[in-house]
Write a protein that binds this ligand. Structure first.
Ligand SMILES: [Zn+2]
Length: 246
């Protein structure tokens, strides 16, 4: 009896010690399913992705003053390339496959219903002509590691790449409101003449898509390992259209 008691007391301690040596918890549906705030480590071991090509239909997004290309078309092209680059290892869903308009709140609803583990929203940027380079927006704690990997991957492709400058924690509808890890990528500035010409080249967009897919694959394999400390949790309300520029 004494022996049994001793054993039974030690067992939980042994389990606790064993669990302390595991730096990344195993991926489970419960841990990486829907979560309103996302105050948790980033996903690992996932195989489902939804890719959102920004804008569409009546909403062209940014238009390059150099090439006249529209953000909505470039985003859709990059989304399809990224889906192909992820290959058969992943189940990839596209938020839109054609030039159709989908409201941002509707995109959030569709992402949550899709069964995907993560959401990646693809955009091209616009601003002062001198601004260039990719930027990555995230809000949730569980999206930080993925965002870090995506920013680093795009910066390695971009000639002017500086991976630290473009990682931004910003609460907008597609970074706050989905209940899954979600990241919004600005793949480059259409308002910058050199970058706009670069983005107009399908080979360059293919390099970006390949890099984005590789970052997603690495996140699935390694979780947040090596992406730095998690940001502080913030219990913010859902983002509304009036909150910020999206
Ligand atoms: Zn956009």
């Amino acid at each position: 009896m004494r022996l049994f008691l001793k054993f039974s007391l030690c067992l939980p301690l042994a389990v606790l010690l064993a669990s302390c040596t595991v730096s990344q918890p195993p991926a489970t549906g419960a841990r990486y399913g829907h979560d309103v705030y996302g105050h948790r480590p980033g996903p690992k071991g996932f195989r489902t992705v939804i890719i959102d090509a920004g804008h569409g239909g009546k909403d062209s997004g940014a238009v390059s003053p150099i090439t006249r290309q529209k953000e909505k078309d470039l985003a859709l092209d990059t989304a399809k390339r990224t889906a192909r680059a992820l290959g058969s290892d992943f189940k990839v869903m596209l938020m839109r496959r054609d030039d159709s308009f989908i409201d941002l709140d509707e995109r959030v609803i569709r992402a949550d219903r899709s069964g995907a583990a993560i959401l990646i929203s693809l955009h091209y940027n616009s601003g002062p002509a001198k601004c260039c380079g990719p930027e990555t927006y995230f809000w949730r704690v569980d999206s930080h590691g993925l965002a870090t990997r995506l920013q680093q991957a795009m910066a390695r492709v971009c000639p002017s790449g500086d991976s630290s400058r473009g990682l931004v924690r910003r609460r907008v509808r597609l970074t706050r409101n989905p209940q899954i890890p979600c990241v919004l990528l600005e793949c480059g500035y259409l308002s910058n003449p050199a970058e706009s010409r670069l983005v107009s080249d399908a080979n360059y967009r293919q390099k970006l898509a390949t890099a984005i897919a590789a970052a997603i694959r690495t996140q699935s394999a390694a979780g947040d390992a090596g992406t730095g400390p998690l940001p502080r949790p913030i219990n913010s309300p859902p983002s509304r259209p009036t909150d910020a520029k999206e």
